[in-house]
Design a protein around this ligand. Structure first.
Ligand SMILES: [Zn+2]
Length: 389
């Protein structure tokens, strides 16, 4: 084991998702993966002996981001749906690659909202593959910290390809939820679209029983994810957003999906992206989705940021794209950064996630530019504290 020297990052700017202005001329001392102090560089002495000084001049320190809607075992790309059927050993390798991509993009936390079921060779039981990834990564401080939903629970005839556990009535739903918690899921993901478009697949009482089960089993507050958070929210109206604001429901936005699809008009030969009709459909859905997020923002709904990488076409290092998309939907850049940091932490009920505080984990990265006024700065990652120190 190597002894790590304390590290001081000197003369950087500091961007937090809590206000519109950078703090300039800041030094941050890190020791044993914790932030010891944050001081003005003009008055940062005395430094500990043997400290490693990093001249961070011209860069900006940003809290490690939270991808609040992701699929760590899947690769994304234009064939994202096909890849869900790849063999589990291959998907475990995909997860390791995604772990590298997340880290180098400044994403510290990922909320995995669904992975394929696979037989676990250790006990022969079929369980969500992301649970195995979580176990692998738990003991490695360089790896992303993940919270795992287990697999989807849906009504039969809604999700295809054997990806989901099917539950067609209250008792079956309760049993499916119980199995997921037995397997070690951090929260549950119910697929709330039914086989009939306008009808919920389960009654409010059935769903309430599942929420109580999760709470009774000590699952995290995010256990009732379908209710604490609305994923995507592409077609919200003013009634829906008013209700969400009242109930404190999070919206996890995934608008960059449409930006990604728009690029496929140039980079693929797939008719759904390349044809005029396909392009128009994507443009229409994109506009509606932007309007939807804008409504939620205006209503005061808390917004967390997701890529849907793997479960959609984005890759694991694309979270900056979603921050850009939120700015397009009307958020100020610093508010969009808050969505990708501190609000993501709130959604996960992880008080340290998305924040930089003295005594807290040194989970920050350094970029060039001011992400509080320009979200594209988040693409210009220079270094990542948790991968180095
Ligand atoms: Zn998804």
């Amino acid at each position: 084991m190597t002894i790590r020297r304390p590290v001081v990052y000197r003369d950087a700017a500091l961007a937090e998702g809590t206000g519109p202005s950078l703090r300039k001329g800041v030094s941050v001392l890190v020791d044993d993966r914790r932030v010891v102090w944050i001081r003005p560089t003009s008055d940062d002495g005395p430094l500990p002996p043997a400290v490693h000084i990093i001249d961070a001049g011209g860069s900006t320190i940003v809290p490690g981001m939270v991808d609040a809607h992701s699929h760590v075992t899947l690769p994304g790309g234009s064939h994202w749906i096909d890849r869900g059927a790849d063999p589990p050993e291959e998907l475990l390798e995909v997860a390791e690659h995604n772990g590298d991509l997340l880290g180098t993009a400044g994403v510290r936390w990922a909320r995995d909202v669904g992975s394929p079921l696979a037989v676990d060779p250790r006990d022969g039981r079929r369980r969500a593959l992301a649970l195995r990834v979580r176990e692998r990564w738990q003991s490695d401080p360089n790896r992303p910290r993940i919270r795992v939903a287990g697999t989807w629970i849906g009504h039969s005839g809604v999700l295809t390809g054997g990806l989901a556990i099917e539950a067609d009535d209250g008792p079956a739903l309760l049993k499916a939820a119980s199995t997921q918690l037995d397997d070690g899921a951090d929260f549950l993901k119910l697929y709330l679209d039914g086989p009939k478009k306008e009808e919920a697949p389960w009654s409010t009482e059935d769903v309430q029983a599942v929420v109580e089960l999760a709470h009774g089993r000590g699952a995290k507050a995010t256990a009732h994810s379908g209710f604490l958070a609305i994923e995507h929210g592409f077609e919200l109206d003013s009634d829906a957003v008013a209700k969400m604001a009242r109930q404190g429901t999070f919206l996890v936005s995934t608008l960059a999906i449409f930006r990604s699809w728009a690029t496929f008009a140039q980079t693929t030969t797939l008719p759904r992206f390349v044809s005029d009709e396909g392009k128009e459909r994507i443009a229409r859905r994109r506009e509606r989705a932007i309007e939807s997020v804008h409504l939620a923002y205006r209503a005061g709904v808390r917004i967390a940021t997701g890529t849907d990488f793997g479960g959609g076409s984005l890759r694991a290092n694309h979270l900056a794209w979603e921050v850009e998309s939120l700015v397009e939907a009307g958020l100020k850049p610093w508010e969009a950064l808050a969505s990708a940091t501190v609000h993501g932490g709130e959604l996960l009920s992880e008080p340290d996630a998305g924040r930089i505080v003295e005594g807290g984990p040194a989970d920050f990265f350094l970029v060039h530019g001011d992400p509080l006024t320009d979200p594209t700065a988040l693409w210009r990652v220079w270094r990542v504290a948790w991968l180095r120190d």
